[in-house]
Design a binder for this molecule. Structure first.
Ligand SMILES: Cc1cc2nc3c(=O)[nH]c(=O)nc-3n(C[C@H](O)[C@H](O)[C@H](O)COP(=O)(O)OP(=O)(O)OC[C@H]3O[C@@H](n4cnc5c(N)ncnc54)[C@H](O)[C@@H]3O)c2cc1C
Length: 384
């Protein structure tokens, strides 16, 4: 049986482990972080296409047990006037509705599901290097241990160690915006739960959603130079609120009050994206998820794309005996779609692209549904 080493136990790593296991391969996950709670603070939305990928992995229940559904999107202008309110994604299907989740909780749920299915998952095992040989591949970890397999999947995120082997010198670049995330359980803004509200502010793109318990999840994307690393780690929540609130007060929307009422941690990152054309595989190793195609967060598709990767890669390795061919088919299926996302999301971050606003599937979105269908041979759905 083919043995696959998966580096990274985030969204891409746990999902690909579930997918490879379902495809009948032997798989083990090696995660650097000592526990499951990394990045518990930031939240994300899983779009209908990501929920569809989860369904192919029989993991819907594990994920719908956490977070809350979003069925529509409201768009406000800088004066708080509602420009649009439209259904989002596959709102009528409870399994495929958009879902808003804390990223750490999603990781923990997927990890628990992998363990429940008997997949080996080690925490505190940080990959240092890879020996990619003729007959097998060996991973070397910081704790002195090693693991040997037939294939190695790098799902080790934005600053991937596996990518350094496959695409030396390729680094993510800044996508033009700083991104702020927070929560408040103060009085929720008007409008209730079940939808995400996007505000086209004069100084920031702002978004918020209210959980059924009345907690407001919010983000702000602000154009400007990247924040220095020491500021990102050292600045206090109060300092971030002091920076954001005056920018948001210029508009007549709920944004400034939401941020001002957030007494807890504010999470801040510089939006980053991978260069188009980054090599994804060499020898027995391949990168997926953010390691391969991180996009700025504007389209909100990173996690959903990682889930799609997992299904398409497992189907490729299940249906095609020769690994090199399977990697090439996987890449041919995935690259146009994920690079389109990098491009559009980057344009939105830089203010050079008008978002469609509804989150509805676009023409051509049937193709990934076909590729994701677990029961269809990848060679059929990829047109080979
Ligand atoms: C601010 C922000 C907002 C976002 N909002 C959204 C959103 O709304 N919707 C959405 O779909 N996506 C969103 N995303 C993107 C989404 O979070 C990522 O695309 C997704 O988490 C990628 O998953 P991944 O598993 O590839 O990488 P990660 O989640 O980064 O996981 C990588 C894992 O690898 C581990 N690792 C790293 N190095 C090593 C090593 N050497 N050895 C072993 N393990 C290692 C890490 O500890 C981590 O657990 C957002 C991203 C950011 C930064």
């Amino acid at each position: 049986m083919t043995r696959v080493l998966v580096i990274g136990g985030g969204i891409a790593g746990t999902a690909v482990a579930l997918a490879l296991h379902k495809a009948g391969l032997e798989v083990a996950v090696y995660e650097a972080h000592p526990d499951t709670a990394e990045d518990i603070g930031a939240f994300l939305t899983l779009a209908s296409n990501g929920m569809r990928a989860l369904a192919q992995l029989d993991a819907t229940d594990a994920v719908t047990a956490i977070g809350f559904p979003l069925t529509s999107l409201r768009l406000l202008d800088s004066q708080g006037t509602e420009l649009a309110h439209a259904p989002m994604g596959e709102a009528d299907d409870p399994a495929l509705r958009y879902r808003c989740l804390r990223r750490g909780e999603l990781n923990a749920a997927l990890q628990a599901e992998a363990v429940r299915r008997g997949i080996g998952l080690s925490h505190g095992t940080r990959l240092l290097s890879v020996d990619d040989g003729r007959d097998h591949v060996t991973a070397r970890f910081a704790d002195g241990s090693t693991a040997t397999g037939d294939l190695l999947i790098g799902a080790d995120g934005l600053n991937s160690t596996v990518r350094r082997l496959i695409a030396p010198g390729v680094r993510p670049g800044y996508a033009g915006q700083r991104v702020f995330y927070g929560y408040t359980d103060g009085a929720p803004p008007p409008g209730g739960t079940g939808h995400i509200t996007m505000v086209r502010g004069t100084e920031a793109a702002f978004g918020y959603a209210v959980s059924p318990e009345g907690e407001t999840y919010w983000f702000a994307r602000v154009t400007g130079e990247p924040l220095p690393a020491d500021e990102l780690t050292l600045a206090t929540p109060a300092a971030w609120r002091d920076l954001l609130v005056p920018l948001l007060r210029k508009d007549a929307t709920p944004a400034a009050d939401i941020v001002a009422a957030s007494s807890g941690r504010v999470m801040v990152t510089n939006a980053t994206e991978m260069p188009l054309g980054t090599a994804w595989h060499s020898g027995r190793s391949l990168i997926i998820g953010d390691a391969a195609h991180a996009a700025s967060p504007a389209t909100g598709q990173g996690a959903s794309m990682a889930l799609e990767d997992a299904v398409v890669l497992a189907k490729s390795l299940r249906d095609i005996a020769d690994t090199r061919t399977a990697f090439s088919v996987y890449e041919a299926c995935r690259r146009p779609r994920v690079e389109h996302n990098i491009t559009v999301s980057g344009q939105m971050s830089r203010g050079t692209h008008a978002p469609s606003g509804t989150g509805r599937p676009r023409p051509g979105d049937d193709e990934p549904a076909r590729l994701l269908d677990w029961d269809t041979d990848i060679r059929t759905s990829a047109g080979r």
